[in-house]
Design a protein around this ligand. Structure first.
Ligand code: BEZ
Length: 236
């Protein structure tokens, strides 16, 4: 908090994820240091024992193995206390049968943040939406602890977890192959090669396209097959 201006600073894409120690449903964590070498999705939800959040946790928990194969760990947070978290996760496992998901065990850590210290640090509190509940924030953090993607949703809107998976795979693909990914990209779709940085390269691209498709000198794509992408980003 910047007291003079009464503004809250928020971490930004490209910056180191702010460090914190926290109590979670899986014991204490030292974030992001103990996650070095893995991708992490740190996400907040407004409150335990609420319907949208319950649907989200069930969906995320059933996809945990899929994220694990993409070297990605999940860490949740709300401003509820530890015993509320434990009771809610037990209720989900024991009682909730939703869209074919039942007996769902949430194995990833859920941070207790009654003091709102972590939520404030990460800009998860948005008073225009709620003074007492975190919004649905998503931080995708790379193996070096750098924030690579930030997405926010309001209280009423459940997230699309297939999109979060797509984000992780697209970021890993961009890193591994030095490419960018176009709108709606999925593994197997063409990828974007870096824009020509000189007049000579721009000319060459337009005259001698090699293995590229150029829509103009600044917009060229190339093939990158699905198997190559998945073999690179997914653990065996
Ligand atoms: C929900 O998860 O259902 C929810 C939480 C806070 C406000 C509105 C909805």
């Amino acid at each position: 908090m910047d007291n003079q201006n009464n503004t809250i600073s928020m971490p930004r894409i490209g910056e180191k994820a702010p460090s914190f120690k926290a109590v979670t449903t899986q014991g204490e964590i030292n974030f992001p240091e103990q996650y070095e070498g893995s991708w992490v999705i740190l996400f907040s939800h407004p409150a335990d024992f609420t319907p949208v959040c319950t649907s989200e946790f069930m969906t995320f928990a059933t996809m945990e193995e899929k994220f694990e194969k993409a070297n990605t760990k999940l860490v949740g947070l709300s401003v509820d206390g530890l015993y509320s978290h434990i009771a809610w996760l037990r209720t989900i496992k024991e009682k909730i049968n939703y869209k074919g998901m039942k007996d769902v065990e949430v194995k990833f850590p859920l941070i207790e943040d009654i003091t709102m210290e972590v939520a404030t640090k990460y800009g998860m509190m948005m008073p225009g939406e709620s003074n007492t509940k975190a919004v649905r924030a998503v931080f995708v953090i790379d193996p070096k602890g750098i924030i690579r993607t930030i997405i926010y949703y309001p209280l009423s809107l459940g997230r699309n977890f297939e999109e979060l998976y797509r984000v992780v795979i697209a970021l890993q693909t961009a890193d591994a192959f030095s490419v960018a990914t176009p709108a709606d990209w999925q593994p197997g779709d063409d990828v974007i090669v870096p824009t020509a940085g000189s007049c000579g390269t721009a000319k060459e691209r337009m005259e001698n396209k090699k293995d590229m498709t150029c829509y103009d000198w600044f917009f060229c794509t190339k093939k990158l097959d699905k198997d190559t992408v998945l073999k690179t980003v997914l653990k065996k």
